[in-house]
Write a protein that binds this ligand. Structure first.
Ligand SMILES: [Zn+2]
Length: 201
């Protein structure tokens, strides 16, 4: 824990003073333009890889960047999506997968998850991702990572707040894949939905 308390001290003493004005503004303002959905993986840091300031990304992180399709019942992911879209009015939603994803590796390589029942249950939200992957690429982690991003974009569109915003053309969906080794982001958004202004090189 010491490295965390030391980090808090350094943030407060060395970093915060230079950004005090921004944080004073943010104390009463919360208007992020983007909902960023990524894996919980510690190597994927949304604000770092997109170079965004505090207050700019509304972030949801789940194992495997999975977004359960809309269903009745208590669901923290659904509530966060609804808040971002219907209350905050974000204009863009990004689902960001990444290389070497543990969740996608477990699925692609058929790991035995009987001792990890919560993970096994959660990964069922990637059933469509597996179904979309070509049989020849069944064990290919990077192919599954890509199909999973696209499948989660489809799941996202089943949420009423997102469906409404899409119908009104007030929100755009994007699928990205972050490569840990190179720091590059590959835009996997289906071409028809890809706005030129947000194309990542
Ligand atoms: Zn991951």
């Amino acid at each position: 824990m010491h490295h965390l308390t030391e980090g808090i001290r350094r943030f407060h003493n060395d970093v915060f003073p230079a950004r005090a004005e921004l944080f004073r503004h943010l104390a009463t303002t919360h208007r992020p333009s983007t909902l960023f959905i990524s894996c919980s993986d510690a190597r994927v840091v949304p604000e770092l890889i997109t170079q965004q300031d505090p207050g700019e990304l509304f972030v949801i992180r789940t194992a495997g960047n999975l977004v359960p399709a809309y269903a009745s019942g208590v669901d923290g992911v659904a509530a966060s999506i609804e808040y971002a879209v219907a209350v905050l009015g974000v204009s863009d939603i990004i689902v960001c997968g990444h290389s070497a994803c543990g969740a996608m590796t477990a699925l692609a390589e058929h790991h035995d998850l009987t001792a990890l029942p919560s993970i096994a249950d959660w990964l069922r939200h990637a059933d469509a991702s597996r179904a979309r992957t070509e049989p020849a690429a069944e064990n290919d982690v990077s192919a599954l990572v890509r199909e999973n991003v696209l499948a989660q974009l489809a799941n996202l569109a089943t949420h009423p707040s997102v469906a409404r915003a899409l119908a009104r053309e007030t929100v755009r969906l994007h699928g990205w894949i972050f490569d840990i080794a190179t720091g590059a982001i590959d835009d996997a958004t289906p071409a028809m939905e890809r706005p030129a202004a947000l194309t990542v090189v």
